[in-house]
Design a protein around this ligand. Structure first.
Ligand SMILES: Cc1cc2nc3c(=O)[nH]c(=O)nc-3n(C[C@H](O)[C@H](O)[C@H](O)COP(=O)(O)OP(=O)(O)OC[C@H]3O[C@@H](n4cnc5c(N)ncnc54)[C@H](O)[C@@H]3O)c2cc1C
Length: 402
């Protein structure tokens, strides 16, 4: 067993750290307060190749592996969750799902501009009346010759108003006996007629991010935009979550790290009862827990990333990583606020932003309750990996980098 990172991995960490320190950290507080995205952030992620980091070079990406993706997400979310959310939906839900399930023509047409950062992608599943129970979605697509006609509303969609392309799952076969066979997935150009979209305001966290709604009214999507077969939408959506959850898990490890670093800094400076608060054992207990949680969160996501590199299905391992890291990040941010005392309660320090940002990830990409059900299902033998028609291949540098 080899726990060391390669020079390429270390380079990714350094590159992300340079970017966030120079370009994001000086302005994040201002945009989080204004509740507006940093205007240049997504463009810079594209220019730096981060939006296509683990996509093969032949499809416009950087050809790096899944560990590099995880390290990039950790570094980005250590600065601000809005950056990692862009990775989760653009890379995780959209680009990697296209790489796994798309036809060669779809990859050339949509994946190349996504991976090279010319276009932005998102993942569109949740509806006003449905989130966890994916098979019950009601947005519909009816076949009409060479087109599908989409009708319905999607909600809580990250980058809804910013993205160019969307991986969209809808109901195509309402009569299918199994609810999970009723769905199909499409790659949709969001600028086509019949689609309107907008932002949701008043969110607790990810205030420098964009979350919104998308309405489909007789939107005519060509048949050639269907990903996979009709009725495969549930499986494709679950694959998308396997990719997306990995980015959420690795990103959340970044919040734990950021909360730990802020707490160590503050605890050494702040004094009470004649000594730095770092010397009080009850403060040390919180710092030790953050430090331990960071190690566990990182090991769990690195293992999931390693499995992805091997081309081994990793729904369970990714679920462990996602649930642990997101809950640990909220705990770490909460402890960090406590260590900062009253200052932690104001936005003079970053820790209150970490807490607000950490909360959402316990809900999205499969809530903690849904992760618990997944984990119990495997433990009880009620759930096993079934082979998919399209598996994500193992990471092969010769293929990915040529
Ligand atoms: C900031 C943010 C960004 C998001 N981005 C996206 C995005 O890009 N794309 C997208 O499609 N969606 C997105 N979502 C939506 C997100 O995926 C859903 O909110 C999530 O799937 C939960 O669905 P819900 O909110 O409808 O809750 P519900 O499914 O209605 O669940 C409500 C509560 O009941 C619990 N629950 C549900 N079923 C069970 C069960 N069987 N057993 C026990 N408890 C259960 C849930 O865990 C939750 O606590 C985003 C959400 C947020 C907050």
């Amino acid at each position: 067993m080899d726990f060391s990172l390669t020079e390429e991995h270390l380079m990714t960490e350094r590159m992300v750290q340079n970017f966030t320190q120079k370009e994001i950290l000086p302005v994040i507080k201002e945009y989080d307060r204004k509740q507006e995205p940093i205007p240049f952030a997504l463009q810079r992620l594209g220019e730096l190749g981060i939006l296509g980091i683990c996509i093969p070079v032949r499809y416009g990406g950087q050809g790096m592996d899944f560990i590099s993706l995880g390290l990039a997400c950790e570094g980005l979310e250590a600065a601000d969750t809005s950056l990692r959310v862009a990775m989760s939906v653009h890379v995780g839900l959209c680009a990697l799902t296209l790489l796994q399930w798309g036809s060669e023509e779809q990859k050339q047409k949509y994946l190349v501009p996504l991976a090279s950062g010319q276009k932005l992608g998102c993942g569109v599943f949740t509806e006003p009346g449905m989130g966890s129970d994916v098979a019950s979605m009601s947005t519909s697509a009816k076949r009409d010759g060479d087109f599908y006609i989409l009708n319905g509303e999607k909600m809580w969609i990250s980058l809804a108003s910013k993205a160019d392309y969307a991986m969209v799952t809808v109901r195509t076969n309402p009569g299918a006996a199994r609810p999970s066979n009723r769905l199909s997935t499409f790659i949709v150009d969001l600028n086509m007629p019949g689609i309107t979209r907008g932002d949701i305001h008043g969110k607790l966290g990810v205030r420098a991010g964009s979350t919104g709604w998308i309405n489909f009214q007789d939107a005519r999507v060509p048949v050639e935009n269907r990903i996979g077969e009709e009725g495969e939408g549930f499986k494709i959506t679950m694959s998308a979550f396997d990719h997306g959850r990995y980015t959420v898990a690795s990103g959340a490890a970044g919040i734990v790290r950021a909360a730990l670093e802020a707490s160590v800094r503050y605890a050494k400076e702040r004094t009470s009862f004649g000594k730095p608060i770092a010397e009080h054992q009850l403060i040390q207990e919180k710092i030790a827990r953050m430090s331990q949680d960071y190690e566990i969160a990182r090991l769990l996501y690195l293992r999931a990333g390693w499995l992805k590199n091997q081309g081994v299905r990793n729904t369970l391992e990714t679920s462990f990583a996602k649930k642990f890291a997101t809950e640990a990040s909220f705990r770490a941010a909460d402890d960090a606020i406590q260590i900062h005392g009253a200052y932690g309660y104001s936005d003079e320090y970053d820790v209150e932003r970490y807490l607000r940002n950490a909360r959402g990830a316990i809900i999205y990409e499969g809530s903690s309750e849904i992760q618990t059900l997944i984990q119990a299902g495997y433990a009880l033998g009620e759930r096993q990996e079934k082979p998919l028609r399209c598996e994500m291949p193992a990471y092969d540098p010769d293929y990915w980098q040529s």
